[in-house]
Design a protein around this ligand. Sequence first.
Ligand SMILES: [Zn+2]
Length: 229
Amino acid sequence: MNYEIIQMDAGSWRIEDGGVRFFLLAGYDKALLIDSGMNLPNAREIAEGLTDLPLAIINTHADRDHIAGNQGFRQIMMHPKEEAHYRAGGGEGEIIPVQEGDEIDLGGRILRIIELEGHTPGSIAILDPARRVLISGDSIQQHGRIFMFGAHRNLKDYAASMARLEGRRQEFDEIWPSHAAIPLSPDLIPRLKEGAERILAGQAELKEVDFREQKIHIADLGFVSFLLP
Ligand SMILES: [Zn+2]
């Protein structure tokens, strides 16, 4: 499969896998893959081509465009609220649960888990406080589409997560999302929160479309679209 590796800084890479990307972060002692793509069952080999350090994996969430390379790992860190969705999609391996406030120490590089329930029940972001970067999964996007239709998604929880994250925007300068433009400004967080609240209040314009053999609605807010039931 075609993919592209782009170095973000010393010890950080993004792997572009078609319309989705995942990340490799290295400390002094360990490296961490954040998601594993949509078309790359060999994500582990790709990461091992970039670092010799022992490699672990964490999923921002378990949608299928983020887990293709999980099969290269025996243990996978994710939020426990993702497990049902992960298993339903055929996901394998032992789940190592992570939750709000947990730290992952890569050796001289400590990462912190931030829960962002909404896009999926156990969506998380990963904060690199020293580099002031937030790796956001699908919850934050610009010029992308945030999927909010389907039984496991909840727009009200999403708006609440954006409100909580807005309270922490002093902790990072850049956001690295899984889709569309990168890097992003933390200024997007209040705009996404307000957009979700406008949709919830029935104030956004919705357009009905056929999408993957179902009827859904799109709220195009200009800077991002929400795909809704
Ligand atoms: Zn995605």
